[in-house]
Each structure stands twice: as C-alpha cells, then as structure tokens.
Design a protein around this ligand. Structure first.
Ligand SMILES: Nc1ncnc2c1ncn2[C@@H]1O[C@H](COP(=O)(O)OP(=O)(O)OP(=O)(O)O)[C@@H](O)[C@H]1O
Length: 268
C-alpha cells in the first residue's frame, strides 16, 4: 500500500513547523526520516495520522486523499507507534496490546479469543510475552516502547509509522526491533520511521528523507542522502562516513571527525 504526501505543511494554530513535504513510500519499503530534535518529525507523523489538522497539501493512501476519513478508517490501515511517554492508567500490558484490535471490533463489542491470540502473537514476536500480566505503568520505558509496538502489530496495519522506535531500547533490543520491522516490510508492510541514528538507514532503509527545521533537505537512497554535508546541515557535526564493505549501498558507519582523529593518532 502506497503512502504519499504532496506539498504537506503542518503545525500548531498559525505556527508552521513542517513545510512543503512531498514523499512516498510503497508496500515492502522502509522510509527513514532523519532530523534534529524539534525539526518536526513527530508533527509530520501526527498530521499524516489525522491527529493534527494539516495546514496545506495532501496525504494520499494508494492515490486516494484521506481527507475526511474517520479515525477508525485510518486506524484500520495505519498503525502508529508513538514515542513512549508517561502512561496514566494502570492497564495490564496485554490489555494495552489488545487496544490495537479495537479498529477490528464492532462498536461496544468485547475482544474475541482470536483478538487475544493476535495480541499474544504480537507480544511473542517481540519476545515480551513475560510482560503480559504486568502493569503497564510499572514496566520500564523500553518495555513500554515494545508494548506500544506490539499494540500496533496486533492491529495488523498495512502501513506502519514508528516514531523513534529504538530510542529507549537496549543494544540487543534495538537490533531485534529493527530486524522484525524489516522482515514485516519484506512481507509487504509499508514502513516509515524516524530515528536519531543515521546509520540505521544504511542497514534497514530503502530511502531516506532528511528534515532541516521542518524543510526537506534531501530524499533518496541512504547513500545519496546520508552524506557528510547533510549530516552537518542537520546535526551541526562533521562526520566521516566509512564503508564496511565494498558493495554499492552496503553497510556504512558515521564517525565524528574528532573521533577519527583519535583513532588515527593511536594507530600511528
Ligand atoms: N503541542 C505543540 N504546540 C505548539 N508547538 C509545538 C507543539 N508540539 C511541538 N511543537 C513545536 O514543533 C516543533 C517540532 O516538534 P516535533 O515534536 O515535531 O519535533 P521532532 O523532530 O519530532 O523532535 P524530537 O526529535 O525531539 O522528537 C517543536 O520545536 C515545537 O516548536
């Protein structure tokens, strides 16, 4: 399923935070959104989801403008994993995941056995079945993040939007989550995610969209867009981009110039 924006501008009241973004992502692709803190990534996602009113432009799903679609209609197609923030209600983790099934239920219907199975499968896929009966407000921030991802997977969306899905996760779980997301995309899911780790785009993204203060800075393959110049423009830091293999578009690392200097001094 194709998700597209055309000239999308977003913001709060009269304040424009994101301006004139045109991009698309197809089923089976991962599009990675890069940009400094406050550059407008979350605002862009919330506008695509209809949680914020757009200021200009269009959001299209398979070529159809989603303007006027009910939240339930969007939710049947688009899953969203927000950044984990302080939760208020002491639900069991399994019940939080079951909320992902809401868009499949008739009004006032209770979850069926099949819904519970889907919720349990989503938790098992992320290796968090042990959290099932724990209270969401009493698990760690990283565990909450995984529960929110399981909730989105239980929803069985065609498009998945992830806002910094690995930020709170330990080293092993960052890898687990990105591998799971990549394998879902290989099976046809459309994925758009934001990250503060540009290297993740070399490992997992088909294309990258760079934001600088809410304006598009570049859109293309990771090798085309994750460049020394764009990283300096986004994050104000000079990096050396080092290839780990000779393949075109292969694995690369972004090492700050100051650290490369240290390594060279030690070697010489
Ligand atoms: N509720 C709000 N009301 C008014 N302005 C807001 C609101 N939320 C965010 N903003 C403004 O929008 C800008 C972009 O915020 P947004 O959360 O979209 O950035 P981001 O790229 O997701 O940042 P981060 O990487 O830190 O999560 C902020 O700098 C802030 O000025």
């Amino acid at each position: 399923m194709r998700l597209e924006t055309k000239g999308l501008s977003c913001g709060y009241g009269r304040k424009t935070v994101v301006e004139d973004i045109s991009m698309f992502v197809e089923g089976g692709e991962v599009l990675c959104l890069l940009g400094a803190n406050g550059s407008g990534k979350t605002t862009f996602f919330k506008t695509i989801l209809g949680l914020l009113e757009k200021q200009a432009g269009q959001v299209l799903v398979d070529g159809r403008d989603v303007e006027g679609w009910s939240p339930a209609r969007r939710a049947r197609l688009i899953g969203y994993v927000p950044q984990a923030r302080g939760a208020v209600f002491p639900f069991r983790a399994l019940d939080v995941v079951l909320m992902g099934r809401t868009s499949h239920l008739a009004l006032f219907a209770s979850p069926s056995e099949e819904d519970v199975e889907k919720a349990e499968e989503a938790m098992a896929m992320l290796d968090i079945s042990y959290l099932k009966d724990q209270v969401y407000t009493r698990i760690s921030g990283g565990e909450q993040q995984l529960v929110l991802l399981a909730r989105a997977l239980a929803q069985e969306p065609r498009i998945l939007i992830l806002d910094e899905p690995t930020t709170n996760l330990d080293f092993g779980r960052q890898f687990l989550v990105m591998e799971r997301v990549k394998s879902l995309s290989r099976r046809g899911l459309t994925v758009i995610l934001s990250t503060h780790f540009p290297e993740q785009s070399f490992f997992y993204a088909n294309r990258v969209l760079c934001f600088r203060q809410g304006r598009p800075l570049g859109l293309g393959s990771p090798s085309e867009v994750v460049t020394r110049e764009n990283i300096r423009a986004m994050y104000g830091i000079d990096v050396r981009i080092i290839s780990l293999d000779a393949r075109q578009g292969g694995l690369k690392l972004c090492i700050p110039d100051s650290l490369v200097g240290c390594v060279q001094k030690r070697v010489s």
